[in-house]
Design a protein. Structure first.
Lengths: 557, 455
């Protein structure tokens, strides 16, 4: 009775998705690979051809079952497993490192272990192992050193290595066509000759260094964050120099200079006030006391003075009365005063004088007490010329050694030779060899044996004789032996001749004889010559020309 | 007495007692209690009588019959697989006539298992630190005119040399402390010194980029190694090969051939000043510590780094080899770390010296000393990392307190004298206090069990 809905409804047009997927899967899982032995010309095309196995070795083709072995983008590392079966997670960290580098990636590197002294792994290796390591290292280093040092070593001729190695070689391809029928070949191996003087063949260029080795894993917790207090503790204020100001900042003076004035706390002690009050009090007291004392003294003085006055007055009246014979009546102050005024004045004057004199004496005494100059002191103050004038013995500061100048000592010449200047070369005072140089040729006499008579005549002839001699020169005079010696003959005491000379020689006298030179003395003589005075005027008539004449000439005349 | 009682939290106490009981019983945890033979036999007898008591007589009769038959038949060779006389003896004496041999063997096996278990499951105890006598200052040598930056001891233990900021290298007699020779030649501070074992040479390096080789027979410089681009801070000599290693501010370490002065390798890789370089005969032959907080282990033959250790958080100022064990230690302001050669496996941390550690020194007796930039000296037991002494020597009279700082240290070849060079221009020599005993200076070892900081 109840009909299913499926019967009523028309059949569905599309299939159920689940069914489709199942079908698909079923299709995929089919492995179409031919069995083993029949795979000769077959090629696997898709992943399903591999089934759940691997590649087919008999099929010569690069196969990547399940994508294994394909070149990937490089971001994923293949999962590796170590000998205990545990996955090597540190392969990521170990990527750029060599195989020999030791990388600590385990947490055991952080865990504390006990140090057991008998543990064999903690003992140093034996001597043989140490020697072996040392030898290997040494050889490796030697190679490097040799290479580095060879550049500095001198070039040497190459050692004659025995290069002639002969090798018997049997080639694989044999036959009458190859090797001209021979079965074997003999090959001679020789080292290629190296030119020792050859410069390097290759130019080494420096290239920028490559990337450094990848960083090792960090086995400590990241550094703790700095607290505000710690940061404040490490805060360094900027430097404000007293000397330099590179950027030219304008910084206020309080920041430039360290002025301690603002930082000082000027505390005035309270005891200052106490001190001042005490001082004031004492000053007052003392002043009071002094005043009182002074007053008392004044009183006393006054009284005394009055007493003395009265006394004097009394005595004076007595004397007067005695003189006059007058009976003393009641003292009358006024006339006594009148009389005494003069006396008073006189006495006052006297007193003043005496007072002044006393003061003077006191002053002088004080002055004299201050500096009582002794004779010695007075002598010292005196100038040296005074001392000499007075004939006092001069006391010099030099005593003993200082009396003699050091320059006098250690001299080769002796005390009498005297001082020399600083740069005077005074080691030797006379030359080593006293003789005059013998190499200079000095002809002693004209030897007639050496030379002929004509030669001697030639020698003796005076070749160099002038045509015209000097005017007024005395030929008969003997030839000069030394320089001309001039004498100053002073007839002209008052300078009159000189004056006349000056006046006369102002004319142009070309014709006039002015004889100089030859004479041993020059004498200015007056010679009267009446001479072209008309040109000059009458006043010249009387003037006399002065001529210089040699003495000899005069004598001649 | 009252001071010895330490206050702990309840948690700590509970945990400790738990731990102790755990340690005590750990070895026997999975094992059954040993079998008591007497009790076992008794039990078996009781059980047997209970189960098979009714047939005892019948079994006895059967066995008697067998014996008679055998005696009549004559002695036959026993069939293969039968037991020897032991079984017959046990048959008679045993309470239970049927001896099940399997039971016996199982018991024996159990015993052996017990023993094995005992061996394998050793109680993991914390090693107790070895007692070392405390160290005290016994000599102060003042002679330099600047910070004393480096020290080296002669292999014959007669003298030691120090280099200072006054550019002079002074050689002192070790026994008396008297000055023997002053060597001038450097233009700037002398930062590193080394005395060769195999030649009469002294090597020095300075902040003027010079590395000099002094011939001690003539007290003159015979070689210069030219190549560093900046100040050279550290110097080391290879014990077996005639090679010199220097490291400095140009972030490289250089390997020089002693004789030809050639720069064989330039070990690059560090990104900041290399503060210290050391060399040994076995792998790793060269170790450098740098201000970029890393330590590098190098292959000397290839001139490349094998391993980089990045455990430190702050600059590593000194590295040093242990004289007998195949280990090395590195010092930095956060920690001093111990490592194992040749791969640089981390062993342990020595923490507690909270100052810039400028230098380290190790003794054959296992005393590690670390010197700080504030003048403090910490003495550690190498094996356990126990800090048994802290010292701060007072500055030379005339120096300010802020002028305290230790720049370098070395033990003499016997390991009994520690020579430190300081910033107050003195050289201080320390020795072990002979009057101290374990009782007078007890070990106060408190390993922190709860918080194990691994980093």
């Amino acid at each position: 009775m109840v009909e299913s809905l499926a019967v009523v409804l028309p059949p569905p047009k599309t299939k159920n998705l689940a069914i489709i997927k199942q079908e698909r899967v079923k299709v995929k899982s089919k492995c179409t690979a031919p069995p083993y032995g029949e795979r000769k010309n077959w090629i696997p095309h898709s992943q399903s051809d591999f089934g759940d196995g691997g590649a087919y070795p008999e099929v010569i083709l690069a196969q990547y079952p399940q994508g294994m072995g394909k070149e990937k983008t490089g971001k994923t590392l293949a999962l590796q497993v170590d000998q205990n079966g545990k996955i090597r997670f540190d392969a990521i960290v170990r990527q750029g490192h060599g195989l020999n580098t030791v990388l600590h990636t385990d947490f055991n590197q952080l865990v504390r272990k006990d140090v057991i002294e008998d543990d064999p792994t903690l003992q140093k290796p034996g001597q043989e192992e140490i020697d072996k390591t040392a030898e290997e290292t040494r050889l490796a280093l030697e190679k490097i050193i040799e290479h580095k040092v060879s550049a500095a070593q001198p070039v040497r001729a190459p050692e004659k290595s025995s290069p002639d190695k002969y090798i018997r070689f049997t080639p694989a391809q044999q036959g009458p066509g190859y090797n001209s029928g021979a079965q074997q070949r003999i090959i001679r191996m020789v080292d290629a000759p190296v030119d020792p003087m050859e410069p390097p063949k290759f130019r080494h260029k420096k290239i920028p260094a490559g990337p450094p080795s990848p960083p090792p894993p960090i086995l400590h917790s990241p550094p703790r964050k700095v607290t505000k207090e710690e940061q404040a503790a490490f805060n360094i204020p900027p430097c404000v120099s007293n000397w330099k100001n590179a950027k030219g900042y304008t910084i206020p003076l309080e920041k430039r200079l360290v002025d301690g004035r603002g930082l000082q706390e000027k505390e005035i002690s309270s005891r200052f006030g106490e001190f001042t009050t005490i001082m004031n009090r004492t000053v007052k007291q003392v002043a009071e006391g002094m005043r009182v004392r002074r007053e008392l003294e004044n009183e006393l003085q006054r009284k005394e003075k009055e007493q003395r006055e009265r006394d004097l007055l009394r005595r004076a009246t007595q004397a007067r009365n005695e003189r006059a014979g007058i009976v003393p009546t009641e003292p009358d102050d006024k006339p006594a005063e009148m009389k005494d005024a003069e006396g008073e004045a006189e006495r006052e004057a006297l007193r003043k004088e005496r007072h002044y004199e006393r003061q003077r004496e006191r002053r002088l005494k004080r002055a004299s007490l201050e500096k009582q100059k002794t004779v010695r002191e007075r002598d010292l103050d005196r100038d040296i010329s005074e001392q000499i004038a007075l004939g006092k013995p001069i006391k010099t500061n030099t005593t003993g050694e200082n009396m003699f100048d050091a320059r006098l000592f250690n001299q080769s010449k002796g005390l009498t030779s005297g001082f020399g200047s600083e740069d005077a070369y005074s080691i030797y005072d006379k030359p080593l060899f006293n003789s005059t140089s013998t190499s200079i040729y000095k002809p002693k006499s004209v030897d007639s044996d050496m030379y002929g008579d004509e030669d001697i005549a030639k020698l003796k002839k005076h070749k160099f004789v002038a045509d015209k001699k000097f005017l007024g020169a005395d030929e008969s005079a003997p030839p000069r032996e030394g320089p001309v010696q001039f004498e100053k003959e002073d007839d002209d005491v008052f300078g009159l001749d000189a004056l006349l000379n000056d006046a006369m020689t102002s004319k142009k006298d070309s014709g006039k004889k002015e004889s100089l030179g030859r004479a041993t003395s020059m004498i200015a003589t007056t010679e009267v010559t009446r001479h072209h005075s008309s040109l000059r005027g009458s006043y010249h008539k009387r003037r006399e020309l002065v001529e210089f004449e040699s003495e000899r000439k005069r004598h001649r005349h | 007495m009252s001071e010895d009682v330490q206050r702990h939290s309840v948690h700590t106490l509970v945990f400790r007692s738990l731990k102790r009981s755990h340690d005590m019983f750990l070895s026997n945890q999975g094992i059954l209690p040993p079998v008591d033979d007497k009790a076992d036999n008794l039990r078996k007898a009781v059980k047997a009588r209970d189960l098979y008591g009714l047939v005892f007589d019948d079994v006895k009769k059967m066995q008697a019959m067998k014996h008679l038959r055998e005696a009549e038949a004559g002695p036959n060779p026993p069939p293969p697989g039968t037991r020897t006389e032991n079984s017959t003896v046990s048959n008679e004496s045993a309470v239970v006539p049927y001896t099940d041999t399997s039971l016996m063997t199982r018991a024996v096996q159990n015993n052996t298992q017990n023993q094995l278990a005992n061996i394998v499951k050793k109680v993991p105890t914390m090693p107790k630190p070895k007692w070392h006598p405390p160290w005290k200052l016994f000599r102060v040598i003042a002679g330099h005119l600047g910070w004393v930056r480096c020290v080296a001891v002669e292999p014959g233990n007669e003298w030691f040399a120090t280099g200072a900021a006054d550019r002079i290298i002074k050689i002192w007699d070790l026994g008396s402390g008297q000055l023997k020779v002053s060597l001038t030649g450097h233009v700037s501070t002398v930062r590193g010194l080394a005395v060769s074992n195999r030649h009469p040479y002294l090597f020095s390096c300075g902040e003027d980029r010079q590395v000099k080789c002094w011939d001690l027979e003539y007290n003159k410089v015979i070689r210069h190694y030219h190549g560093h681009l900046s100040a050279v801070y550290s110097l080391a000599l290879h014990p077996t090969i005639d090679v010199l290693l220097t490291a400095g501010r140009d972030s490289t370490a250089r390997v020089w051939d002693m004789r030809t002065k050639a720069n064989v390798h330039t070990l690059t890789g560090h990104t900041h000043t290399v503060a210290s370089v050391i060399a040994q005969a076995s792998e790793p032959q060269v170790i450098t510590g740098s201000h970029d907080t890393t330590i590098r282990l190098w292959d000397l033959a290839a001139g490349k780094s094998i391993c980089t250790l990045t455990n430190h958080k702050k600059s590593v100022r000194d590295v040093i080899f242990h004289p007998t064990l195949n280990m090395f230690a590195s010092g930095s302001p956060d920690n001093i770390k111990q490592w194992k050669c040749p791969d640089g496996k981390f062993i342990q941390n020595l923490s507690g010296h909270n100052a810039i550690v400028n230098c380290l020194a190790v003794n054959a007796e296992g005393v590690l000393v670390s010197g700080g930039d504030n003048g403090t000296l910490h003495f550690w037991d190498w094996r356990t990392g126990y800090n048994f002494q802290r010292l701060q020597a007072p500055v030379q009279p005339g120096s300010m307190d802020s002028e305290a700082g230790i720049f370098s240290m070395i033990f003499d070849n016997s390991g009994s004298r520690l020579i430190t060079t300081e910033a107050d221009k003195t050289i201080k020599i320390y020795k072990e206090d002979d009057t101290a005993t374990e009782d007078s200076h007890p070990i106060n070892w408190k390993p922190d069990i709860l918080k194990r900081r691994k980093f």
